[in-house]
Design a protein around this ligand. Structure first.
Ligand SMILES: Cc1cc2nc3c(=O)[nH]c(=O)nc-3n(C[C@H](O)[C@H](O)[C@H](O)COP(=O)(O)OP(=O)(O)OC[C@H]3O[C@@H](n4cnc5c(N)ncnc54)[C@H](O)[C@@H]3O)c2cc1C
Length: 381
């Protein structure tokens, strides 16, 4: 296959698909290659739900980035006629008085974002299932919520296709042909077929170190566990109309209301053990994690503790050392770009990441400041 004048995107997750849509919107011919289907359940973007939050403690950079992404999600909602971003709000449960939640609250206030501080008594009234004794106070922002991840990828694929983007699932890239002068001359798939374009974007998620082997992309993969559970009682009050996305920064736990056949989901954002991308053991939940979930629930949402119907889910983070992303041109390859290392918090930014990578590739100056995301920051560390 030859797409001499086009851009080749490797990776059909949220980042690759969204970049493809924006590149086509900016007039480029684009082909997206993925080793699996688009979307696929092995990729980080192939899950049902992801959190959209504006709270990032004192790190106003990410809050600002989420605010810049919000209109892009709302535009996708309008175009699809669906709530791909469902704004049922995010409730952050504070275990200390002057910590992450207070910092988040101050940043949102400063940026004039609607945010409420909910004291214990009011928390008990609004959310009787939450053990207010375990919480100093909570903050709630209504603009946050949950993104239907795989659905959003599918919708972006259909939008991109309307703009002429070609999607080639089940094409695994195995080799990158690089030349010191010309940069990338082509990429070969596992069957030896050559794919050539004017520029290449590598958005391979957790597979990036293998995809760009020899280029020293410092990403470490971790296994992250999640647990789907059916509330044993009072199910109705866990519907998204009544119950927001919730997070407890001090414990690492977060969760979603009922969304899948009467099941809700909880997960731990803290880094899990080293993982390996690819098929195998996706539902292999260690009993220790189930125990941790029950301990979290006993403390914060006691009536859920003794759940009996549940299922495990294993997913992988592609982590950088500092949890900042990698969005840059590749060293020694003026026509090669990478968007990866989204460290377990990238999905919410997908549409903006795609737009920014497209701006970078067409040679414009991206609106987003990419200083924090440059590859060069890892040198000598
Ligand atoms: C358990 C879990 C919970 C998360 N929760 C949140 C959250 O609440 N909010 C949030 O914002 N983010 C969250 N994230 C992070 C978010 O899901 C990811 O940052 C995002 O989905 C990454 O998208 P991506 O396109 O970079 O990678 P992926 O979605 O993994 O896509 C990469 C694609 O590249 C393809 N590929 C790789 N190598 C090759 C090759 N050699 N040839 C061809 N194709 C290839 C793969 O098949 C894959 O489809 C979470 C992640 C996990 C795992």
């Amino acid at each position: 296959m030859s797409e001499k004048n086009g851009v080749i995107v490797v990776g059909g997750g949220i980042m690759g698909v969204s970049a493809a849509y924006w590149l086509a919107s900016m007039g480029k011919q684009v082909t997206v290659l993925d080793q699996y289907d688009i979307p696929n359940a092995l990729a980080a973007s192939g899950d049902h739900l992801r959190v959209f939050r504006l709270t990032y403690g004192k790190d106003a950079f990410y809050t600002d980035m989420a605010l810049k992404t919000l209109p892009l999600w709302l535009d996708l909602n309008a175009q699809s006629g669906e709530k791909l971003l469902q704004q049922n709000g995010v409730l952050d449960l504070a275990a200390t008085t002057h910590g992450y939640e207070e910092q988040s609250y101050n940043v949102l206030k400063e940026l004039k974002v609607a945010v409420q501080k909910i004291e214990k008594a009011e928390l008990k009234r609004q959310y009787p299932m939450i053990n207010s004794k375990a919480v100093k106070y909570a903050i709630f922002h209504k603009d946050g919520g949950m993104i239907w991840a795989a659905k959003a990828v599918t919708f972006l694929v259909s939008l991109a296709q309307r703009k002429g983007v070609k999607f080639r699932p089940r094409v695994k890239i195995a080799q990158i042909l690089k030349d010191k002068k010309e940069g990338i001359k082509g990429i070969k798939d596992e069957h030896g077929h050559l794919h050539t374009g004017e520029a290449y974007l590598f958005a391979g998620g957790m597979w990036t170190p293998e995809l760009l082997k020899g280029m020293n992309i410092p990403i470490k993969v971790t296994r992250q566990y999640q647990l789907y559970l059916r509330p044993p009682a009072n199910r109705g009050r866990y519907r998204p109309e009544h119950f927001p996305v919730f997070a407890s920064h001090s414990t690492g736990f977060y969760g979603f209301p009922l969304h899948l056949h009467g099941f809700m989901k909880i997960g731990d954002h803290r880094k899990g053990p080293p993982g390996k991308p690819g098929p195998g053991s996706e539902t292999d939940l260690p009993p220790a994690f189930e125990k941790k979930c029950r301990a979290f629930l006993k403390r914060f949402i006691p009536e859920l503790t003794n759940f009996t119907e549940y299922e495990g889910h294993v997913c992988h983070y592609d982590n950088t050392k500092d949890d900042d992303f990698i969005m840059d041109r590749l060293p020694d390859a003026p026509n090669g770009y990478v968007a990866a290392g989204f460290s377990g918090h990238g999905f919410k930014f997908g549409p903006l990441v795609g737009k920014t990578m497209a701006e970078l590739i067409i040679g414009g100056k991206p609106e987003l400041n990419l200083h924090r995301f440059r590859l060069g920051r890892f040198k000598g560390r």
